[in-house]
Design a protein around this ligand. Structure first.
Ligand SMILES: *Cc1c(COP(=O)(O)O)cnc(C)c1O
Length: 383
């Protein structure tokens, strides 16, 4: 049967399975060998070459979900990010990077690229003119991330892809927050799609993994760099990730629905000043979000009234866990000012609009009445 026309949930469940030809079991067998025969074989298999049976199979599922020709798995989101950047950037090259990006990616570029002789510029904002003004003769890559963390701002994916193509520049997106369920950047012209599979693809807060989807030609370049950098995913985790991804569509749809419902509910609370969610008509880029996303994801942020303490609020929650990571089936919260954006300093945070009372909320699959009751009791407890 051809896979190309399967719906999202069928792809999640079936595409790229390893067939159990020996016992006809229902799920992919796991092949853990790190040593395979070299004589009389078509493929020389080795885990670092991304070509164990389980890695190859799951790569196909990622590619099918992102509607690209090929996909690769990595040991972490950052292994995927770094391998992609180093695959296309050499000494003397230049990269234009969106200003609000994942901290790990920011630090990789800011602290390491100088040592490799790779030039970079961060944009001032997420608007196209800011990207355009940074492009130079030696620009090889434009790198974006949308929706952004933690304010859920939106970058115009199609406009970025057009801008890059016009100047013969490779476009890359970190598609972690949206997940392939809500956003397929390849269809909008982006060359390379990166995921921290630790987040929605894994979805149960128990896997560290990364994934990349792109054309065969681009994947070949990423493969060439990848086998040298060696950031591969263990086949045990590949197997666990395949299992997790069977429910990716179901989980993310539940999270989309819960997040929209929670965003609307939070807007009406007097203790909350502001809610940031691309699915709210009050979001300044609601129309753009609607244009490029099928649904708006499970991530939102909200600002507590100035007199309420973010730390005390998070401590008072009983069901929703204060937690660094995101995208699990369980709801979690985090204060960017106290954690992910602490090192940035107060001045830069103020410039980026990240207030002390801002809470990032990764909405899970629980019943929203229970999430609402927890937030209500925590707000009452700290007043
Ligand atoms: C977590 C995350 C990463 C890094 O992924 P790891 O799996 O932690 O290496 C990259 N981008 C985004 C948007 C993330 O949330």
């Amino acid at each position: 049967m051809k896979n190309d026309n399967f719906g999202l949930h069928t792809i999640c469940t079936h595409t790229g399975e390893v067939e159990d030809q020996q016992f006809n079991g229902a799920v992919s067998p796991i092949y853990v060998s790190s040593s395979y025969a070299f004589e009389g074989v078509e493929t020389l298999r080795y885990p670092r070459y991304f070509n164990t049976p389980n890695q190859e199979a799951l790569g196909k599922k990622i590619a099918a979900l992102e509607k690209t020709e090929a996909g690769l798995l990595f040991g972490s989101g950052m292994a995927a990010v770094s391998t992609c950047l180093f695959a296309f950037l050499r000494k003397g090259d230049h990269v234009v990077v969106q200003n609000a990006i994942y901290g790990g990616t920011f630090h990789l570029i800011k602290e390491q690229f100088d040592h490799f002789g790779i030039e970079y510029d961060f944009t001032e904002d997420l608007e196209i003119p800011s990207f355009q003004s940074k492009i130079k003769d030696n620009t090889k890559v434009i790198y974006i991330e949308t929706p952004s963390n933690p304010l859920l701002r939106i970058t115009d994916i199609e406009a970025i892809a057009d801008l890059a193509r016009k100047s013969n520049i490779i476009s890359m997106i970190d598609n972690t927050f949206a997940s392939p369920i809500n956003q397929n950047p390849r269809a909008l012209g982006i060359d390379i799609i990166i995921h921290s599979a630790t987040k929605y693809l894994g979805g149960h807060s128990d896997i560290l993994a990364g994934a990349v989807a792109a054309s065969k030609v681009h994947i070949d370049s990423i493969f060439e760099m990848g086998i040298k950098l060696g950031g591969n995913l263990s086949d045990y985790t590949v197997w666990l990730l395949e299992r997790s991804m069977k429910t990716l569509g179901l989980r993310v749809e539940a999270q989309n629905k819960n997040a929209l419902s929670m965003a609307n509910w939070l807007m009406d609370l007097e203790e909350i000043d502001r809610v940031y969610y691309p699915g709210l008509p009050s979001h300044p880029q609601y129309d753009l979000a609607k244009k490029q996303m099928r649904a708006f994801g499970g991530m939102l942020s909200f600002e507590l009234n100035q007199e309420l303490d973010a730390h005390a609020f998070m401590q008072a929650l009983q069901l929703i866990k204060p937690s660094m990571s995101l995208a699990g089936v369980e709801s979690t919260v985090l204060s960017p000012a106290l954690t992910s954006h602490k090192l940035m300093g107060e001045e830069e945070r103020a410039k980026q609009g990240i207030k002390d009372g801002l809470i990032r909320f990764s909405v899970g699959i629980e019943n929203t009445e229970d999430l609402q009751a927890d937030i209500k009791q925590a707000l009452n407890a700290i007043k």
